[in-house]
Write a protein that binds this ligand. Structure first.
Ligand code: GDP
Length: 424
């Protein structure tokens, strides 16, 4: 059986924790899109970890962790991350990398930086990890696939082509030092040595695993609103964040994905620029940011303070719908225990009209939140394990949200640890 854990919003919903929890019963955990530009935070018996590239199953020795073909593979980051967890006492994880995954090159990272510099204040808030230039090259068919690392003739020819094309921009638009073919080839050979032990025909491996009835977990990065097609374009990421893409980014039939757990946080947060209708500011925001997540709402990869706001029923309902949600995991609920009243964005007002449909970006930029306030519960709910034991106002909040988003909330996370979960 294949299940997916994905995000309903802008990312940072707590997918890492839910994946880590569900991974216990999985045989295989797969990353199917994105790169090292975002991170998951996982708290377990080994400590607290921020993973950027490794699948969240790496803490269990029974799991095979896979980097699927849809991922932007940063080889030094991957190798560094494996070393960093092993150095902290985690047993050497089982890792396979798709021979069809493509490679983030050092020039992708440079081009990302140059472009952000050039755009100045009008930048997209890129994390400068080379993800956008990487995916552009993949679809322009000048990317390097892992399989190509083992064919010198292809590398030689392509490295030349890359230099010709990139150097026009690098010299004439960015006025930076040109790329050299020799350096690109050196980099590729170095990557070949690093990645060789992990390379695998992943779709064939998964085909066999499915025949054997193995439990497979697809791990999404970011959330629906960052999807390049269905998200807040152009303030989106460069690969699809939707569960459906799991089939493509891993190489499995779409009908095998039976369970789609969409993670929603009990309030909103976002990193980077872009429309965020229920965003709050000032002291109110500072307090939520400080109390949020596990030690504050600051990016796992970048350390940037996250933008925060109230729960957005319009965005979350849309986000869940696009994922094909079969159930919702509602996370970080414990954080809201300090509030007398909890504001919730229940609709948008656009050009004088109210709507609960999530609009395209030009309209979204004009949307104002319609807020309803629910009574708070004013107690610590961490440690509670049964739904009935939650304070009444807390249950009311969950049920209110559930009704508005239109998908069943079956898991409630009330703390960062593996055991802080209530099944319903
Ligand atoms: P992801 O990218 O969706 O995996 O999200 P992140 O891991 O970047 O952000 C979620 C943050 O919230 C992490 O610091 C988690 O440890 C923390 N977290 C997850 N679930 C809960 C929860 O139920 N309560 C609290 N307080 N923190 C949580």
């Amino acid at each position: 059986m294949v299940q997916a854990v994905v995000g309903a919003n802008w990312g940072d919903e707590g997918k890492g924790k839910i994946t880590d929890m569900l991974a216990e019963k999985a045989d295989i955990v797969i990353r199917f899109q994105g790169g090292a530009n975002a991170g998951h935070t996982i708290v377990n018996d080994y400590g607290k970890f921020a993973l950027h590239t490794l699948p969240s199953g790496v803490f269990y020795s029974h799991i095979t962790n896979i980097i699927g073909n849809g991922v932007a593979l940063n080889i030094p980051t991957l190798v560094g991350e494996i070393k960093s967890i092993v150095d902290r006492g985690v047993p050497e994880p089982k890792i396979l990398v798709s021979d069809r995954a493509q490679i983030v090159m050092s020039y992708h990272i440079l081009l990302d930086q140059y472009e952000e510099e050039r755009l100045g204040g009008k930048s997209f808030g890129s994390t400068k990890s080379g993800i956008a230039p990487f995916y552009s090259d993949k679809y322009a068919k000048i990317g390097f696939q892992v399989s190509e690392l083992f064919d010198d003739e292809i590398l030689e020819e392509k490295a030349g082509r890359v230099c010709e094309l990139k150097n026009v921009m690098i010299e004439h638009l960015y006025h930076k030092p040109a790329l050299s073919k020799e350096n690109i080839l050196k980099e590729l050979r170095h990557y070949r040595d690093l990645i060789a032990p992990y390379v695998c025909d992943v779709s064939s491996f998964l085909h066999q695993a499915l025949k054997e009835g193995k439990q497979i977990l697809l791990e999404g990065q970011l959330g629906s609103l960052k999807d390049p097609d269905h998200g807040i374009y152009p303030m989106v990421t460069s690969s699809s964040t939707l569960a459906a893409y799991g089939a493509i980014g891993a190489g499995i039939p779409p009908y095998e994905i039976k369970r789609i757990v969409t993670v929603c946080k009990a309030y909103s947060s976002a990193v980077g620029a872009g429309a965020f209708v229920s965003e709050i500011f000032g002291d109110e925001a500072e307090e939520l940011r400080r109390r949020g997540g596990d030690g504050g709402e600051y990016g796992a990869t970048t350390g940037r303070p996250r933008r925060v706001g109230w729960f957005d029923c319009v965005a979350s309902s849309y986000g869940c719908r696009l994922q094909g949600t079969t159930e919702v995991a509602f996370t970080v609920l414990d954080v809201l225990g300090y509030l007398d009243e909890i504001p919730v964005c229940v609709a948008y007002e656009i050009d004088g009209e109210q709507t609960t449909e999530f609009p395209t970006t030009p309209k979204l930029n004009r949307a104002k939140p319609v807020i309803e306030k629910l009574p708070g519960w004013k107690t610590e709910i961490r440690g509670i394990r049964k739904y009935e034991d939650l304070p009444e106002n807390c249950r009311n909040y969950i049920e209110f949200v559930e009704k508005r988003i239109g998908f069943p909330i079956t898991m409630i996370s009330n703390g960062p640890g593996r055991k802080d979960i209530i099944y319903r």
